[in-house]
Design a protein around this ligand. Structure first.
Ligand SMILES: [Zn+2]
Ligand SMILES: [Zn+2]
Length: 176
């Protein structure tokens, strides 16, 4: 959703609040494409604080489908965050707190989807599990161990590994 903020940009002290409906249905990152869904439109406040400073404020709630880190099953995960950004406008471009030029505010147009995308990236959960005690997948046959068992673990361990394990065992038995 594109918001025309020409009036705010031209009037010091001016503040508007827009109801933002996100157009995006997925979030593309270097980790892959994730389906996302916004529960409801959110309110974005854009304020001209004077001195070429623009304040963006809002609260976003989304649900994303993220694969469990152990078994890779899709887990509906809620992502919530506040937008609280101060931008400096210089020569028609907007810069954030790190003095990076933003890609979501070009001229008088604020691209709310791009703004939210940048924030999703920062607020992306580090690790998602379908449940705390997820058993993961078998590394040998790939079966999801939450749904069934396999006989892979019952196979004889590699004799070389067994030898190494013996050595470790001997270390443990040594008196300290
Ligand atoms: Zn899992
Ligand atoms: Zn297996």
């Amino acid at each position: 959703m594109i918001i025309d903020i020409s009036e705010v940009l031209q009037t010091e002290g001016k503040e508007i609040t827009e109801e933002v409906t996100l157009a995006m249905t997925s979030f593309a990152s270097r980790l892959g494409d994730f389906p996302i869904q916004a529960d409801a439109p959110f309110l974005l406040t854009i304020a001209n604080e004077g001195n070429r400073r623009l304040l963006l404020r809002g609260h976003v709630e989304l649900e994303a489908e993220i694969a469990c880190a152990r078994c890779l099953e899709e887990v509906p995960t809620s992502i919530r965050f506040d937008i609280d950004k101060e931008l400096v406008i210089r020569d028609g471009s907007a810069f954030d707190e790190e003095m990076e030029q933003t890609d979501y505010l070009i001229g008088f147009e604020l691209d709310a989807d791009k703004l939210v995308c940048a924030e999703i990236l920062v607020n992306w959960p580090m690790k998602v599990l379908c449940r705390e005690d997820c058993k993961g997948i078998c590394r040998v046959c790939g079966i999801n161990l939450n749904h069934g068992t396999c006989s892979c673990q019952k196979t004889e361990p590699d004799p070389r590994m067994a030898a190494i394990q013996d050595i470790f065992q001997k270390f443990k038995e040594l008196p300290v």
